[in-house]
Design a protein around this ligand. Structure first.
Ligand SMILES: Cc1cc2nc3c(=O)[nH]c(=O)nc-3n(C[C@H](O)[C@H](O)[C@H](O)COP(=O)(O)OP(=O)(O)OC[C@H]3O[C@@H](n4cnc5c(N)ncnc54)[C@H](O)[C@@H]3O)c2cc1C
Length: 475
């Protein structure tokens, strides 16, 4: 643990935020047996139809469930509807917030979108640079978004249990019993269905990848068009400033927000089982130490934001609650892209599906959220990135791989490039992308096979090159 990094987070974000960081940082990954509590004895008299656990991004589901006529409650260990992140997405993706009536178009365009970029950049240490338009090009003010969602939820009768931590849950054919802890919390709540939005802290968040991410909103970065400067009209989607170090390929991103503010993150891909207590603080120490190598200026951290984003390769069994009445959403279910980790975009796409999924759960039936087929292909690439080579002579391997892949996308044209980053690319197009990348970097298939081993490589190939994908490829 780096006391210096902890002090800096406390100084910028306060004691409660540091507590949140330390809470996340001491959790290990993988299904943790959820605590058990007295099960519900009969069908009648349950407190709520639906209880949403966690009031982070998944809070967006609460007003929609209330609109569908359900009695809804939200249980959150801190305060529900307070954002601890900054999010980016394209305007087309954000329209789903308006279509779901969570915000009006005027609120979205005039209050919540705080910056728009002409294009986004990918820049690789010792290699090339690529640009893309209409992807992650709107910076959203996450705090006001969630505050509005909470306001709407309250207006629709959703009941909030803030500062209440879920300690245990037991599901049976009647519903789910919850044991809560917190000063003014009921010790027990019952619901017909529970929607688990506890993110990476959920006991079911057992996906196979993890993306530790730290950073926050900074001021004082130098403005200009050099690589070490910030341009207010350009988003830096992925940038590296070094090769593989200490067994990791670190990546930066930087998204200008309100005038003078820039959200900057440092992160890396890792296998979930390698998550260690203290990983976030260790990464924060690196963030403070190496930020100057990425951006020039007298940076001040205004608002720290951080977290572990789980990712699921689709090469091993995914997270499941094991009971139809406990529905996993958001990071707990890790249904988003294992390559881009864009959980915000994935949550937006799930908005129209939440009511049918919960209605099925009320009948004791598991109905999965629809998901993009491209995730079956990108998972293997993400697993590859999570296992960087250790030999010094290969230290720039991932930069060369990124450059080969993104320059291939650029050469395929703006639409395919956008489709991959928005999870809209079909399998046939993904296979074309891989094939063209392998012309630039013939080792790519070999690297994947070596890193994944025979079983997972065959599973990947079957998912990707199975009859349906091949038919699509042949036209
Ligand atoms: C730093 C960072 C930046 C990101 N940027 C982007 C981006 O630009 N675009 C994008 O698409 N995605 C982004 N993501 C991913 C995205 O933020 C997540 O996928 C999303 O927040 C997941 O939402 P969630 O509701 O599942 O979990 P969260 O938003 O993490 O919320 C989980 C909530 O559960 C609460 N909780 C946990 N345990 C308990 C308990 N026992 N009892 C009660 N409450 C509990 C927590 O306090 C928290 O409020 C980013 C993630 C991080 C970490």
């Amino acid at each position: 643990m780096s006391p210096n990094a902890a002090d800096k987070v406390r100084e910028a974000g306060g004691e409660a935020l540091l507590e949140r960081l330390l809470f996340l940082d001491q959790l290990s990954t993988g299904a943790k047996a959820p605590g058990e509590t007295q099960p519900i004895a009969s069908e009648g008299n349950l407190d709520f139809d639906v209880v949403l656990l966690g009031g982070g991004l998944s809070l967006v589901y609460a007003p929609l469930l209330a609109d569908a006529g359900f009695r809804v409650a939200v249980v959150e260990r801190s305060r529900a509807g307070v954002a601890h992140r900054e999010w980016n997405a394209s305007r087309a993706e954000l329209q789903l917030l308006v279509d779901s009536k969570l915000v009006t178009a005027a609120e979205l365009d005039q209050e919540l979108i705080v910056a728009k970029y002409d294009y986004g950049i990918f820049r690789w240490h010792g290699a090339g640079e690529q640009r893309v338009k209409n992807v992650l090009d709107c910076a959203l003010d996450a705090g006001p978004l969630l505050a509005k969602v909470r306001e709407r939820a309250e207006a629709k009768g959703v009941v909030f249990f803030d500062h209440c931590s879920v300690q245990a849950e037991t599901a049976n054919q009647y519903g789910v019993a919850l044991a809560l802890r917190g000063e003014s919390c009921p010790a027990r709540l019952t619901a017909r269905v529970v929607v688990d939005g506890r993110g990476s802290a959920s006991p079911y968040a057992a996906a196979d990848l993890i993306c530790p991410t730290v950073g926050g909103v900074l001021q004082g970065l130098e403005v200009g068009d050099g690589p070490k400067q910030i341009q207010p009209n350009v988003g830096e989607i992925l940038v590296t400033t070094e090769g593989i170090q200490a067994g990791r390929q670190h990546l930066w991103e930087a998204f200008p927000g309100r005038p003078g503010d820039t959200t900057v993150y440092l992160f890396y891909y890792a296998e979930a089982h390698t998550r260690r207590p203290g990983a976030l603080l260790e990464l924060y120490a690196r963030f403070f130490d190496t930020l100057g190598g990425y951006k020039a200026g007298q940076a001040t951290l205004l608002r720290p934001t951080f977290g572990f984003i789980p990712g699921w390769t689709r090469l091993s069994p995914g997270p499941t609650s094991g009971h139809p009445r406990i529905v996993l959403v958001g990071d707990a279910g890790a249904r988003h892209s294992p390559l881009t980790f864009c959980g915000f975009g994935a949550t937006l796409r799930a908005l129209p599906q939440i009511v049918p999924v919960v209605e099925a759960a009320l009948q004791g039936v598991v109905r999965s959220f629809d998901e993009a087929s491209v995730h079956r292909g990108t998972g293997a690439l993400a697993m590859l990135l999570a296992r960087p080579p250790s030999a010094q002579r290969q230290a720039n391997d991932w930069n060369e791989l990124f450059d080969a892949a993104f320059s291939t996308l650029e050469s395929m044209g703006p639409e395919p490039f956008q489709r991959l980053l928005r999870d809209e690319m079909g399998e046939a197009e993904f296979i074309r992308f891989l094939t063209r990348t392998s012309v630039k970097r013939p080792r790519v298939y070999l690297d994947v096979a070596r890193q994944l081993g025979l079983g997972r490589t065959m599973r990947w190939g079957a998912g990707l090159f199975g009859p349906a994908a091949l038919r699509a490829q042949l036209g």
